[in-house]
Design a protein around this ligand. Structure first.
Ligand SMILES: *Cc1c(COP(=O)(O)O)cnc(C)c1O
Length: 473
């Protein structure tokens, strides 16, 4: 119990204000003969002064007839949380004699984030090694190694590391020669980086609907939106689920289109035993802090085409000629990853199987712990030929309010996320597509749960979620 949270009924407004000024909690508890008689906030004091009281007025004078919220020290955590409102973030706790014994404070800080990086392997060792080698910029042994090993992991010939997943997508489109006058087909349900990368090139994104079952871009919708200007398709392996690549590659071949897989959420996912990232012409990964493996910020383009590998490198490195230094053949970019980031990436890649496994176990635990709720429909894991990975545990909530569930989780310091908004719902993108019914429906009822936290924490989230679901109207 901190002293600056307490004043007595005979204290003056000035003294109460000094307390609040020191405790930084915006609140002071008022005691009289050890017993709690009131709670004052900085707002109460301000209003009293504006209402004509002076700094020397006794607080006794302003707590009269004023109700206040308090709790009993033995009340369960959830009951206390129930007393927290937009205005009341801290409440006094009393014993049976109504003496102040403690206080309860609501902390905005989320205790169970949706995901957080795991850096418990060789990450620090390699990072230190890169640092001590003095190769901290964008050349060095870890860059070479990370590009090579990640490409190998995906089953392709080349990897070109980038500053993030968005620059990887932009770089891929540029290397494929996509620009003004071209159209690029993308799904309605994705993270905005997919469409932004298209817009950077000056090409027109064409937004199409997703499949109801896989939540990924729908091949039939792609075919419906082909025009003579169509140059490329960007399928997104959403929430770890591979898109229908066989059908998409068939369409691309027939119409002479490029395919850029957006694999930002699906490292290690497979289709008929082949890893995502090995189907399209250039395919892009993100290593942002919340992805399956991370370099902090980072990304990579992977390809099996030697010519495209060369182009990607030239465009990534300022468009500079690889033989003639400081001679520029193109308006390029600086989209490089640093050796420091790649060092972390190498250590993460050593553990990718372990991380995928842990995430999968986490999803399995949620499935077991929540399977009795008919309203919960987990992301499909039995689409023939497709092996999904768990990025964020994802499910649909049918017939109950998703937003209520998320809000109630938040009250218990558990972070949960609604699905992405459909791109066509947003003012800046809606000109690029018509309403997409599947995407719209999924976006309204889909949510992600904390994933890759330790199993004890997963159990706690399951327990809270069970309670929330049972108490839903
Ligand atoms: C995260 C993500 C990206 C962008 O990656 P950054 O590294 O954050 O730039 C692109 N597409 C999808 C689908 C993503 O989830």
């Amino acid at each position: 119990m901190i002293n600056t949270l307490i004043c007595t009924a005979s204290s003056t407004i000035r003294e109460a204000m000094v307390c609040i000024n020191e405790n930084l909690l915006g609140t002071v508890f008022v005691l009289k003969d050890k017993k709690l008689v009131g709670v004052l906030t900085d707002g109460d004091l301000r209003r009293a002064l504006l209402g004509g009281k002076s700094l020397e007025t006794k607080v006794d004078d302003i707590i009269k007839n004023k109700t206040f919220t308090y709790g009993h020290y033995s009340e369960p955590h959830e009951a206390l949380l129930g007393k927290i409102t937009d205005k009341i973030k801290i409440i006094p706790l009393v014993n049976d004699q109504f003496e102040l014994v403690d206080y309860f404070q609501f902390k905005q800080g989320i205790h169970f984030p949706v995901t957080s990086p795991s850096l418990s392997g060789n990450e620090l060792k390699y990072l230190t090694d890169a640092f001590l080698s003095n190769w901290i910029s964008s050349t060095g042994q870890y860059i070479i190694r990370f590009e090579k090993e990640f490409a190998q992991y995906c089953g392709v010939n080349y990897g070109v590391a980038t500053s993030n997943g968005t620059t990887a997508l932009h770089l891929a489109l540029v290397a494929l020669g996509i620009g003004p006058g071209d159209e690029v087909i993308i799904p309605d349900l994705t993270f905005a980086a997919t469409i932004n990368a298209v817009l950077y090139t000056g090409a027109i994104p064409v937004i199409v609907d997703v499949e109801e079952a896989s939540w990924c871009i729908c091949p039939q919708s792609i075919e419906k939106h082909l025009t003579p200007k169509t140059k490329a398709i960007i399928p997104v392996h959403l929430y770890g689920q591979p898109a229908e690549m066989d059908a998409i590659m068939k369409i691309a071949k027939k119409h002479n289109l490029f395919v850029v897989e957006d694999c930002a959420e699906a490292h290690g996912a497979e289709i008929n035993g082949k890893k995502v990232g090995s189907f399209g012409h250039i395919n892009c990964f993100s290593f942002f802090g919340n992805k399956i493996i991370t370099t902090g910020e980072g990304g990579m383009c992977v390809t099996s085409d030697e010519g495209l590998n060369h182009k990607l490198r030239v465009f990534r490195d300022h468009g500079m000629n690889k033989e003639r230094r400081y001679w520029h053949d193109y308006v390029g970019f600086n989209y490089r990853m640093t050796n420091l980031q790649a060092a972390i990436g190498c250590a993460q890649l050593e553990r990718i199987a372990e991380m995928l496994d842990k995430r999968k176990t986490c999803e399995q635990m949620y499935k077991v712990g929540l399977n009795h709720f008919k309203s919960i429909e987990f992301q499909k894991c039995d689409i023939p030929g497709r092996l999904k990975v768990t990025w964020l545990v994802s499910f649909l909530l049918k017939g109950v309010s998703r937003d209520t569930v998320i809000a109630n989780l938040k009250k218990n310091a558990i972070d949960a996320r609604p699905f992405f908004f459909p791109l066509t719902k947003m003012e800046i993108y809606k000109q690029y597509g018509k309403a997409c019914p599947n995407s719209e429906k999924l976006s309204q009822i889909g949510m992600n749960l904390p994933t890759y936290i330790n199993h004890t924490e997963t159990e706690k989230v399951i327990k809270v979620l069970n309670k929330i679901m049972q108490e839903l109207p």
